[in-house]
Design a protein around this ligand. Structure first.
Ligand code: TXA
Ligand code: MG
Length: 324
């Protein structure tokens, strides 16, 4: 099946009103469009179109058992697809539009393709805050399924150029909204059946979420293990090995510093020691250092608080050695 019409040179469009209207029309016609969100770039498809959703899995080489997030322009539209309980409503009020994804029971008669849920009876929903994403979602007029616009298991893209490098041929268009301001993916929280669990730390700090709904279980502790790539061992992986909690570069290593680092640092996530700045720089800096002239990337320790939790989660998964 070929519904993506791969092109050698995918078109990177500046985020003008005309380009957004064109991108929205492509989505309505079942094509794939990459677009910026405040977290990372997404590979978007009409979530109600089975063929378009299947094309997303194919383009990313993503296992069919790994469900997608559906994006909406407004909370009211998300509430037609997912079943919001009181806590979900409180979280949506507190953090939407924004970098929070809620995994909720699918509503009966929900128009979203079953492929999106990958066989689960739940749906992951999110209302992003990026103005380009919101304009595109409004213009498309349909829910948009969008995983991060990278090949499965590799680093998420935070610029249009990153998308073009890895998935350019699969996209009918890439809408360029500049670098993503948050830089790590959304926090994924599963609600339902009386329990609440963090499936993936991300752009909204877990501490902030717990301030609204109380303590959350860690995904590993949740009785039923949901299938999330966050639960696959190796993920977000660059080509080079990563060495964590480094204090200095060893021979052949590129040092990725945090805070007032040693003079030999190749790049610095945040010279002032700010975890939000570090998150925004994380994927682009790892990509920049992922070059054959180095043998490994050594990363200095990042505090395990606020967005530091999401950063450390990504670093730990990227550092797992591939056993396959
Ligand atoms: O920031 C983000 O979340 C970005 C932007 C584009 O919105 N999207 C993103 O999508 O990171 P993706 O597909 O790379 O990651 C989605 C995560 C995966 O860990 C997936 O397993 C989990 O959400 N997920 C989606 N639906 C789920 C469900 N019904 N139950 C459990 N986990 C789910
Ligand atoms: Mg992803």
């Amino acid at each position: 099946m070929d519904v993506t019409h791969p092109q050698a040179d995918s078109r990177i469009l500046p985020a003008t009103p005309d380009a957004i209207a064109e991108a929205a029309a492509l989505i309505r016609h079942g094509r794939l469009v990459a677009f910026p969100t405040e977290t990372v770039y997404g590979l978007g498809a009409d979530a109600t179109n089975d063929n378009a959703v299947a094309a997303v899995f194919a383009a990313k080489d993503r296992p069919r058992f790994n469900p997608l997030i559906v994006h909406f322009a407004e909370t009211a539209a998300a509430a037609e697809a997912g079943d919001f309980d009181g806590r979900a409503t409180d979280l949506a009020r507190a953090f939407w539009p924004g970098a929070l994804t809620l995994v909720l029971p699918r509503r009966a008669g929900c128009a979203v393709s079953l492929l999106v849920s990958a066989g689960l009876d739940t749906l992951a929903v999110r209302v992003p805050s990026h103005p380009v994403a919101r304009s595109l979602l409004r213009a498309a007029g349909c829910p948009v399924a969008a995983p991060s616009a990278n090949r499965a298991g590799l680093l998420s893209p935070t610029t249009a150029a990153h998308v073009a490098e890895s998935l350019g041929g699969a996209c009918a268009a890439i809408v360029d909204g500049g670098p993503c301001p948050v830089g790590v993916e959304s926090t994924v929280v599963a609600l339902g059946g009386g329990s609440a669990a963090v499936l993936r730390p991300g752009g909204v700090p877990v501490e902030d979420i717990e301030a609204v709904v109380g303590p959350l279980a860690a995904a590993e502790a949740a009785g039923e293990r949901p299938k999330s790539p966050g639960m696959l061992e190796r993920h977000y992986a660059p080509g080079l090995p990563l060495r964590l909690n480094a204090v200095e570069a060893r021979p052949g290593e590129a040092l990725l510093a945090f805070g007032p680092g040693p003079p030999g640092a190749a790049l610095n996530l945040s010279p002032g020691g700010d975890v939000e700045e570090a998150a925004a720089n994380l994927f682009a800096m790892i990509r920049a250092l992922d070059r054959p002239r180095f043998q490994a990337i050594a990363v200095m320790p990042i505090p395990e608080e606020g967005l530091g939790r999401a950063i450390n989660d990504r670093l730990r998964r990227a550092a797992v050695h591939d056993s396959s």
